[in-house]
Ligand binder design. Structure first.
Ligand code: F3S
Length: 281
């Protein structure tokens, strides 16, 4: 058996930075994270055991003793910063700098009166956060069909940004639709390089293995996208969270196994999976 692990598997720079910010402040309680710090149940539970509380919204926070609130790498809407500060809590901002950059773009262009188009998942916290930095009209587009359907006045100025984890090919396709419609568009490719590298490596790897394992939280959007991309190349692709999900999978001696992992998957979980797969040989 050959096991090939993608070089880009695991924590990206932004997630690593956010998790570190929790550990750097761990002795300074009460300490809260605004939403789970990463889409990884094991890490979140471990932090809860150490007394770090996840708060899911402002109302919940307001009923808690004053303390520090960590904003996770996805970022939040502008008004959330104000609510937190106005209510006597302090902020540790672990928003990924690449997401912060999108907030700045959206804020600047919306102040000029441009319509903001965000390509991404409307239910994802990063996208909700990005929309919350616009002071003008902001529209979220999730699919190629959404882009085709959208009708705007042709003299409208439009600024297009993307969720950092968006599939690059989908971005290109949607941009083409907007250009064909003849709008005045400013296109900002805000897809994170770490995401693109991870996706490209996953596509290549899954195209040459017998089985492909994609490790990451079931709610992690970047892991789900990785899974989809790998599944297109390799029918035997499996999205797993921990080694428990591998119980029913059989690996045979002659197989080549590929492994990649989403941006919020810790090294120790990746290592456990590698060890488990190798031990079945
Ligand atoms: Fe930031 Fe890219 Fe990670 S945007 S949080 S480094 S996937």
């Amino acid at each position: 058996m050959e096991v090939i692990v993608a070089k880009s598997a695991g924590f990206c720079f932004g997630v690593d930075r956010a998790v570190k910010s929790v550990y750097d402040n761990i002795d300074d309680k009460p300490l809260y994270t605004y939403g789970p710090i990463i889409h990884n149940l094991q890490v979140v539970e471990e932090l809860e055991d150490k007394g770090i509380k996840v708060v899911n919204d402002i109302e919940e926070l307001l009923n808690l003793p004053k303390g520090k609130v960590i904003i996770r790498s996805h970022g939040v809407e502008e008004k959330i910063y104000n609510y937190i500060r106005d209510n006597g809590f302090s902020i540790i901002d672990a928003t990924c700098p690449y997401v912060k950059k999108i907030h700045r773009i959206v804020n600047d262009y919306s102040k000029k009166g441009d319509t903001i188009i965000i390509i991404g998942d409307p239910n994802h916290p990063e996208v909700i956060g990005i929309k919350g930095w616009s002071s003008s009209k902001a529209i979220i587009i999730e699919s190629i069909e959404d882009a085709k359907k959208l009708q705007l006045p042709t003299d409208e100025h439009i600024c297009i940004v993307a969720q950092t984890t968006l599939n690059y090919l989908k971005f290109q396709e949607i941009i083409e639709i907007f250009l064909d419609k003849g709008y005045h568009v400013d296109i900002k490719d805000t897809i994170c390089r770490a995401t693109r590298d991870r996706q490209e490596e996953a596509i290549q790897l899954s195209g040459r293995v017998d089985k492909m394992l994609v490790i990451g939280g079931k709610h992690s959007s970047n892991t789900r996208k990785l899974y989809q991309l790998c599944k297109n190349q390799c029918d035997n692709t499996y999205h797993i969270e921990t080694i428990e999900d591998l119980e029913l999978l059989v690996f045979s001696k002659n197989e080549i196994i590929g492994i990649t992992a989403g941006a919020s998957t810790p090294k120790n979980i990746i290592q456990e999976v590698i060890t488990h797969v190798r031990s079945t040989e």
